[in-house]
Each structure stands twice: as structure tokens, then as C-alpha cells.
Write a protein that binds this ligand. Structure first.
Ligand code: RFL
Length: 390
């Protein structure tokens, strides 16, 4: 079977790309290693920034994919128990983000693609891209019945996340990789606690904490911890005590905790995001800390950049967009990495308990204060939160 584009991976990047191509009349097949249920229920990110939202509008998908999702209002940053509010949509000149849990986005993208007649194959084992250095690439895989298949194509999109096969298939020496460990432990719990009025981040000498809505009756909490410590062993009573202390809320009720995870505060970028006719998209090419909520958004804007480049290449025979794909996406990736690192330092250094961190703590608090006292600083922050066209 020959198809213009084979997409490896059905996360936000692969599914957005598949929908953008389908809307443009370019044929593609999506190969996903996991089963449908696993893909549709995987909980991770929760924010689509304004810029990424506009990309769905451009392809006529906004109503179906992000329609009805709540729009960002205020962000509360509580400093030593004192609430301060940032009006992101106002400060960014009317560019609100939308609160869309990743699993909702994924489900809606799957529905949109399949309703349009899209070919999405779950449970594809041993997926391997081949011959992408030449102009006749192939992808092989085994279906759930154990039958091996081969697809020939013009282009392969590696949308298979950080641990996928695409980046690992690039010949040795072609990629330069950058890895950065932020040296911060992050513990997240999902609890049956009422959603906060606004997304809440709390900075205190006891460490960083945050609370975000996950539907009206559930919250995801985040707590900074010492690297090396395993907070999944913390008794629930201690977790709630720490949350009360850091959020400055003595009345925060103890609720049932349904999920406990340690999130790595690590950043990674692979350059270039292309090898011949294999393109790396989203987490396959880069991962970023959750501060600033840019991971899923980067995956979506990469997908958009690749989709528009593929459309002109396949339909008009013009491959300038494909040649520029990596540079275009890396420019934005590094811009967002810088923002995420800046944000990470601001809210974690001010809670760093190390005695030698006193100076950094003062700097972080000054940086935080500036957001609320300088309209220019507040606008610059809101501009990054809204996402950039570059
Ligand atoms: P994904 O979502 O990892 O999807 C990759 C897909 O490829 C499949 N796959 C394969 N398929 C075929 N063959 C193979 N060999 C394959 N190997 C893998 C996988 O099963 C999967 O379906 O990558 P994508 O599409 O690039 O999307 C990236 C985003 O998912 C990611 O950036 C965010 O989830 C990151 N992230 C967050 N981002 C935010 O913007 N805000 C957040 O609050 C946020 N929280 C998070 C996060 C990531 C987390 N992870 C990864 C641990 C919280 C967590 C816990």
C-alpha cells in the first residue's frame, strides 16, 4: 500500500497532523502502538494556548475539537499565603487560552479524523521507519493479529513521543541533543477535591505548590520536593499538611487521592528535527517542564508547521516549507524552553529551602513582584502564555 504520509504515534501531535492533512485532502495513515482505550484515557496536559487554538480555527476544526472548553480567566499566584491575580487575557490584548484536558482533546481529534474517513490503526507493534534518506521511504509494523505490513510513502512523521522509535531510527551522528535536569523534584496527586476558582500557584518558603481543575469535582495538585526523596511514600495526611502550609489555606479539606506520580523536571531538544524524509514532531523532538504549560502546545504547533509544509510539497511540489520545518520549529522550541526555565526558577527558587539559596530566593521574589507591578512585565508574561506565531 502507498500513502503520501505515514504518521507514527496518535498523541496530540500525530492526531492534529492527521486532521490537518485530512482537511487539506492529503492522504495519511496513523500507526499507534497502544490500544484505543489507553490512548483515549491518558491524562496529562490541560491547557491549549491561544495561538495553538487558532490553528484549529484555520482548519475549520475549532468547534469540533475545542468548542465549549472553558476560557482562561485569571491566574492566582499566592505568595506566602497572600493572593495576587494576573489577568492573562487582558494583559495579552484579548488572547485567552482554553482549559482542555489532554484526553478530551485526543478523543475529539480521534472522532474528527475517523468521521472524516481517516485510517487510524491501534495496536501496531514493532513499527519501524526505513529508507527515509532516499525518496521512497517505507514503514513496517505488525498488526494485533501478528500479521506484518509494509506501507510505502513519500514522507514519515515521527509523532511517537520521547520514548518512540522515530528519533532512535535517525543514524548516529546526525542529531545533536541537549538535556537539562532542573534539579527539582515534582510530585503530583489527583484528588476528589473541588476545583479551585482560578488556576492556582503558590510560592512559599515551604516550597512550590499548585492546584488546577480537572473537571468541576477533581483537582490536580503539584508539590515541589527534594530530588532523591520519593514522595509517593508520603502518608496522605502529610501531603495535605504540606498543601495547607504552602497554599496558605488552613481550611483545605482532606480528600481522597486517586493518583500519585513523580514528574521529571527535565528538558530535552534534538536538532535538527528532520532526517531526510523523516520529520520529528512534538515530544519526539523535545520535552519541556510543565511550567508555562507548553509541552502539548509545542506538539500542536509542530504539527501545524509540518502539515502546511507537507500540503505545499505534496500538492504543489514546492518543498521550501519542508526544508525550513526544523529551523522554524526549533526557533519556537528554544523560545518556549527559555520561558519555561525562567518560570521554573521564579516559582521554585523562591521556595528553595537550601541555606545558600537565600540570594536566589530574593531574586525570584523580585521577579515575581515585577509581574504585578510593571504592566510591561505582566504583558510580556501574558504574551508567552498566549503563545507566539514567530
Ligand atoms: P505523546 O503524547 O507522548 O504521544 C506519542 C504517541 O506515540 C505512541 N507511540 C508509538 N506509536 C507507534 N510506534 C511506536 N514505537 C510508538 N511509541 C510511542 C504513544 O503510545 C503515544 O500515543 O507525544 P506528542 O503527541 O508529541 O504530545 C506531547 C504531549 O503529550 C506532551 O508534551 C504533554 O503531555 C507534556 N505534559 C504537559 N504539557 C503541557 O502542555 N501541560 C501540562 O500540564 C503537561 N503535563 C505532561 C504533563 C506530560 C507528562 N508525562 C509525559 C509524564 C504531565 C505528565 C505526567
Amino acid at each position: 500500500m502507498h500513502v503520501p504520509v505515514v504518521i507514527i504515534g496518535a498523541g496530540p501531535a500525530g492526531l492534529a497532523l492527521a486532521n490537518f492533512l485530512q482537511k487539506s485532502g492529503i492522504g495519511c495513515v496513523v500507526l499507534e502502538a497502544r490500544d484505543r482505550r489507553h490512548v483515549e484515557e491518558r491524562q496529562r496536559a490541560g491547557v491549549i494556548d491561544h495561538y495553538a487554538g487558532r490553528l484549529f480555527e484555520e482548519f475549520g476544526l475549532a468547534e469540533q475539537v475545542i468548542g465549549g472548553a472553558p476560557v482562561e480567566t485569571l491566574l492566582e499566584i499566592r505568595v506566602e499565603g497572600v493572593p495576587r491575580f494576573l489577568d492573562g487575557p487582558l494583559l495579552s490584548g484579548g488572547r485567552p487560552s482554553r482549559l482542555v484536558p489532554q484526553q478530551f482533546l485526543v478523543r475529539r481529534l480521534i472522532t474528527a479524523f475517523e468521521e472524516g474517513g481517516g485510517d487510524l490503526r491501534f495496536g501496531a507493534a514493532d513499527v519501524h521507519p526505513h529508507d527515509f534518506a532516499g525518496d521512497r521511504p517505507r514503514v513496517t509494523y505488525r498488526d494485533p493479529d501478528g500479521v506484518t505490513h509494509e506501507l510505502t510513502c513519500d514522507h514519515i512523521a515521527g509523532c511517537d513521543g520521547f520514548h518512540g522509535v522515530s528519533r532512535r531510527s535517525v543514524p548516529d551522528g546526525e542529531l545533536t541533543t541537549f538535556t537539562f535536569d532542573h534539579g527539582i523534584g515534582w510530585y503530583t496527586v489527583l484528588a476528589d477535591a473541588p476545583a479551585p476558582r482560578y488556576p492556582l500557584m503558590a510560592v512559599s518558603r515551604h516550597g512550590f505548590a499548585a492546584q488546577f481543575a480537572r473537571g468541576p469535582h477533581a483537582s490536580r495538585f503539584y508539590l515541589q520536593h527534594q530530588p532523591g526523596d520519593d514522595p509517593r511514600n508520603w502518608p496522605d495526611a502529610y501531603t495535605w499538611e504540606q498543601l495547607r502550609l504552602r497554599l496558605g489555606d488552613d481550611n483545605l479539606p482532606e480528600a481522597a487521592i486517586s493518583g500519585r506520580e513523580v514528574v521529571e523536571m527535565r528538558s530535552f531538544v534534538a536538532e535538527p528535527m528532520r532526517s531526510g524524509r523523516l520529520y520529528l514532531v512534538g515530544d519526539a523532538a523535545h520535552i519541556i517542564t510543565p511550567m508555562g504549560a507548553k509541552g502539548m502546545n509545542l506538539a500542536l504547533v509542530d504539527a501545524y508547521a509540518l502539515a502546511t509544509a507537507l500540503v505545499t510539497a505534496v500538492r504543489d511540489g514546492d518543498d521550501v516549507g519542508l526544508r525550513n520545518y526544523s529551523d522554524t520549529c526549533l526557533r519556537r522550541t528554544w523560545d518556549y524552553q527559555e520561558f519555561s526555565r525562567w518560570f521554573t526558577e521564579m516559582v521554585h527558587d523562591s521556595g528553595d529551602p537550601a541555606p545558600d539559596a537565600a540570594f536566589r530566593r530574593r531574586l525570584a521574589l523580585a521577579r515575581l513582584d515585577r509581574l504585578f507591578t510593571s504592566p510591561a512585565a505582566g504583558a510580556a508574561f501574558a504574551d508567552m502564555m498566549a503563545g507566539t506565531a514567530l
